[in-house]
Design a protein around this ligand. Sequence first.
Ligand code: SF4
Length: 470
Amino acid sequence: MANEFPFEISPMFEGERVRKDDMFVELAGPKSRGFELVRAASVDEIEDGKFTLIGPDISEMQEGSRHPYAMIYRIAGKLVEPDLEAIVERRNHDFQNYIQGYMHLNQRYDVWVRINKDAIKKGLKSFEQIAKATMMLFKNELPFIEKIEATYVTNPEEVEKQRAEAIKIYEARDARTRGLHDEDVDVFYGCTLCQSFAPTNVCVVTPDRISLCGAINWFDGRAAAKVDPEGPQFAIPKGEVIDKISGEYSGVNEKAVALSGGEYSRIRIHSFFEYPHTSCGCFEVVGFYIPEVDGIGWVDRDFTGTAPNGLAFSTMAGQTGGGKQIIGFLGVGVNYFRSPKFIQADGGWNRVIWMPKNLKEKIKADIPPELVDKLPTEEDVTDLKTLRDYLEKKQHPITQRWTKEEAAAETVAEAPAGAAPEWSMPAPAMGMPVGMPMVPMQFGGGEGMKLTFKNAKITIDRVVLRSKEK
Ligand code: SF4
């Protein structure tokens, strides 16, 4: 059947990149608009295999041009229910990446597609070819889909109009988990869909933590595991609670460890620093530790500038992804900001010290009211100096941590000579990411030295001790 297409279709093309110089056309992405959406329908409503295009086709597009792009699928079958929409929608990313010369990135309203010039030379000329191949894959790989039809949109006004409706649908899906919490359920759900490019990544989806791609919530995981228990989404019985605040459970540790190929041994679902959740690369937002203020900044895909640490989203995303536990960076879905357990092991919102204006606007209603004006954006601060000044001026709760650290440092400095002095590392350095700038360590005077590390994770290649010259 695949022979009817002028391109090869295989999982081996997943991960294929279309660079700017090789690109015939760019669709949606950071400089345009788009979305993908799947809706469940009844069997009688769907004309199986039907394709509709609203707007210009590939053959009418100029080489090097950029266009808005929406992909809408309607699916039907005896087992198809609205709870499956998000799971099926997430597979659009996989299946479209099976198409040689076609690159699909991200999800929902963040999709970004490029078509390679070679694909055009080989005969790709219509979105119908793409849609038919994708629909074929949906039906082959997800047998509960009995009928499917697709509408693709490239007309700018129509994309805008339908995108606004799609966003309401995503929000309604996300809102379903608001009244449900981790302690209310015995089972979480896992997803290994992204192991094709991040082999050790296992997403753990709980009522209080949406997937980092933002596309799969607890209800979606449950629906997927029910309809295809051997598929990439599966149940994870919670097991024993090891630590309630950080969200560590014996069942999660067992399952995630087994599926990560032993890459790590523990996961704490609501922790930023200790045994954090892995990040595959599909995250909507990256959190990054700033040791100079002992706080955590967050940057989303849409932000094109640099954060106060001087780094852009793309640079930090490169550090964060790959399916490893990276101390000091964490990928999350936007909806995780709405969780009552948002990084609660590390101080929750009181630890948040920066985010881009657009992201802040998006989640403003969920920021604790007393913090809204204390949380700077790129409009308020530009670097670490202005960030620190802003936080101090606004009396952001993070400044209380500074006060405690300074007091601890003074106590050490005033320790009587001859007493065994404590060697103290200020809290900013605790659990700090490797390679991040470090706050100077504090040493007391006196004869011997006693090192005390509390909850610290430190890697030291070499320590050189020299006696003081008299
Ligand atoms: S980011 Fe996680 S939940 Fe989303 S598709 Fe990838 S593995 Fe699944």
